[in-house]
Design a protein around this ligand. Sequence first.
Ligand code: NAP
Ligand code: F7E
Length: 344
Amino acid sequence: MVSSSLHPMKTAFITGITGQDGSYLAEYLLKQGYKVVGMMRRSATPSTARFAAIEDQVEIGHGDLLDQSSLMRLLDQHKPDEIYNLAAQSFVHSSFHEPVHTGSVTGLGVIRMLEAMRLVCPQARFYQASSSEMFGEVQETPQRETTPFHPRSPYGVAKVYGHWATVNYRESYDMFACSGILFNHESPRRGLEFVTRKISDHVAAIVFGEKDKLALGNLDARRDWGFAGDYIRAMHLMLQQDTADDYVISTGTTQSVREFCRIAFERVGLNYEDFVVVDPRFFRPAEVELLLGDASKAKEKLGWEPEVDFQGLVEMMVDADLQRRLDRFQKPQRGTLPAGVKSS
Ligand code: NAP
Ligand code: F7E
C-alpha cells in the first residue's frame, strides 16, 4: 500500500470534470496538492455547477473526446503527470438510442486519449474509467478482475473496447495505463436520469408537493451501489503504485431498485408502494439483472475500502435533495423531514 501523502507540483488532467466523478476527483486532488486541469467540451449552457465551489482553483481546457487534435493540444500544453479519462456518454439507456455516438465517445474516445498520450507525454500515468457494465450477463458471482465480459448494451460494448485498449497500450508501449472496473457509485451530484438520483429527487419532490408519483422500470434489477466520494480515492491510488494494473472497485453488497425505493421513502416516513408505478418506457432492450463485485484485490494491493454503506448512501442522497428545496425556501407538504435537514 502507498500512503496518500501530498504531491506538490504534480499536474492531473481530468476529462469529464463537469460530471459526478470529475468534480469529486478534482476536489480530492486539489487537497492532495495537485495542479488540476479539467477538460470541458463546448456547450451552449456550460455545465460547471458540480465543481462551482472549486472553479477558481481548477484550470479549464476546452476539448472533446471526439476531436483528436484538441486532446493532443491540451496534453502538449499542460504536460500532465496523471491523466484521468472519466469522460463518456455514460447513460446506459441512452446508449440504445445513440449507439454510434456512444461507441465513438465511450469506446474510440479512449483510443484517442491513449494515442494523444503516447505521442505527446508517454511518461504520464493513465486511468481509464471502466465499468461493471462490461460484466453484463454475469458469468460468475461475485464479479472480479478475471470474470469474462458479456456486455448487454452499446455502452457496455464500448467500455469493453476502452478497457482492452487500455490493456493493449500498456502491453504494446509499456505505458502506465490502469483500468478501474468500477461498480455503480452514486452521490447527491449524480445525474437525475440515473435511477438512484431519480428516486431521491422524486422522494423530495413528493414531500414538497411537486409530484405525486414516481414512474420506474425494472424494480428487481440488483446493483452493487457505493458512494462516488469513496471511489475516486481508488482511482488516485491506482496511479500511485509501482506497476500499472486493473482493479475491481465495489462494496461487495447488492440491493434491488425496490430496496433503494423502500429505504428512500422510509427516510421521510412514507411507503414507496403508495407512490411507485411501473412504466414500460423505462425498461431496456437488454437488462443487466445482477451486479455484485469482489474488490479484494483493491483492498489487498491498494489498501482501499469504502466508507459509506448502502443505507448511508440512500439517506445522504434523499437528505441532499430535501435540503436543496429547503434552501430555495420551499415548504414541505407531506411526510416527515429527517433530523439534520433544516431551514437555513
Ligand atoms: P457523468 O456524470 O455522466 O459525466 C460524464 C462526463 O463526460 C461529463 O463531464 C461530460 O461532459 C463528459 N463528456 C461526455 N461526452 C464527452 C465528449 N464527447 N468529450 C468530452 N467530454 C465528454 O459520469 P460519471 O458518473 O461521473 O462517471 C465518470 C466515468 O466513469 C464515465 O466514463 C462513466 O462511464 C464511468 N463509470 C461510471 C460509473 C458510475 O456508477 N458513476 C461506474 C463505472 C464507470 P458534459 O457535462 O459536457 O456532458
Ligand atoms: O440503472 C433500473 C435499470 O441508469 C440502474 C452508469 O453510471 O452504472 C450506471 O449504469 C438499474 C438498471 O445505472 C429505472 O434498468 C429501473 O437495471 O441508474 P442506472 P446503470 O445502468 O446501472 C454503471 C456501472 C455505469 O458504468 C454507467 O455509466 O435501475 N431502473 N427503473 C432504472 N434506471 C433508470 N435510469 N431509470 C429508471 O426509471
